[in-house]
Ligand binder design. Structure first.
Ligand code: FUB
Length: 324
């Protein structure tokens, strides 16, 4: 049986959970961490993932089922390695799996695969989505049926190397005193297989309207965007990376700007933190991961979940990962 704050599955290592409610169940689209003895570095070489397994739960206290391999990199023509954090969406009577991976030139791009079932198997498109880059796609299908893809991650995810939508392999990190890099957003085409526009950078500001700087490492965007709606507002949540915290910002439009609000989850065991937020049967849940199952090995992680609550003013009540 699934239990809050405990690994959802223990027979494989899983990370980066993107949860969705499909067909009245919870489906979880995680990364699949693999054991290996390669190098652990800021380039993310330790995250050597090759495939995806989709998980599901009929309810929050039901068993978590692994539906087996839904997509493997050997079946994706454009991929050379590192199938990182995916997300899924449902539209046009079809389930779409969005996933980042390195292309044949070693550049991270975002691909899409389709299925008639939420658990797959998924059939990939021949090429990545033209105009996309970097990592960690998250897709919102809004109430008006328009869909948006959010993506981007620094360092291993190469976001700082994309300047004016072109790749500069020797680009430096942003100046700590200057504006932080934002995640990117683009509206998806109606068939969900391409983007309608050049991705634009999302602006995150503080309560006074001042742009968050790159040096504000406890607030600035690093990776792992997630978008959800609560009481008509758009909540952009993400990982701060080097300060290992999940935080959020709120806005009135799916493309922002967003105003920084604060913490969702304190640091977990392991370097990365990555999450999703869903409503299920009238309650809200945070899906996240840590490296507790491997006693702290950064690239051997396990997916967990816990209830998330709001204050009356719409702010999220911050959580500590190892306290109820
Ligand atoms: O799982 C590989 C990478 O680690 C993800 O893409 C990041 O969000 C971080 O969790």
């Amino acid at each position: 049986m699934a239990k809050q704050n405990e690994p959802l599955v223990k027979h494989i290592y899983t990370a980066d959970p993107s949860a969705h409610v499909f067909e009245d169940k919870i489906y979880i689209y995680p990364s699949h961490d693999l054991e290996h003895d390669g190098e652990d570095n800021d380039n993310g070489d330790q995250y050597k993932m090759e495939d995806y397994h989709i998980l599901s739960m009929d309810d929050v206290d039901a068993p978590c089922v692994d539906h087996g391999e839904a997509l493997h990199m050997k079946d994706v023509p454009w991929v050379s390695g590192q199938m990182w954090a995916p997300d899924a969406a449902y539209k046009n009577d079809t389930y779409y799996l969005y996933f980042p991976a390195r292309d044949k030139d070693g550049i991270f791009r975002i691909g899409v695969a389709t299925s008639k079932r939420p658990e797959g198997p998924f059939t990939p498109q021949e090429n990545y989505i033209l105009g996309t880059f970097s990592i960690d796609p998250a897709v919102l299908v809004d109430d008006d049926n328009k869909a948006y893809i959010y993506f981007g991650g620094l360092w291993g995810g190469q976001l700082e190397k994309w300047q004016n939508n072109s790749f500069k392999s020797d680009a430096a990190d942003p100046d700590p005193a200057g504006p932080a890099l934002g995640p990117r957003v683009a509206e998806l085409s109606d068939d969900m297989l391409s983007i309608k526009e050049i991705p634009r950078e999302i602006l995150i500001v503080d309560e006074d309207g001042r742009t968050i700087t790159a040096g504000e490492e406890d607030k600035r965007y690093f990776e792992g965007p997630w978008m959800h709606k609560y009481n008509g507002k758009y909540y952009l949540s993400y990982s701060t990376g080097s300060t290992h915290t999940l935080v959020y910002a709120v806005g009135d439009s799916p493309k922002g700007p967003f105003t920084f609000k604060g913490k969702i989850l304190d640091p977990v065991i392991g370097w990365t933190t990555h999450h999703s937020i869903i409503e299920f049967k009238g309650k809200w849940y945070l899906f996240y991961h840590d490296s507790s199952m491997s006693d702290g090995v950064n690239h051997l992680r396990c997916v967990k979940f816990r209830e998330l609550k709001y204050n009356a003013d719409g702010t999220i009540i911050p959580m500590k990962p190892y306290e109820d």
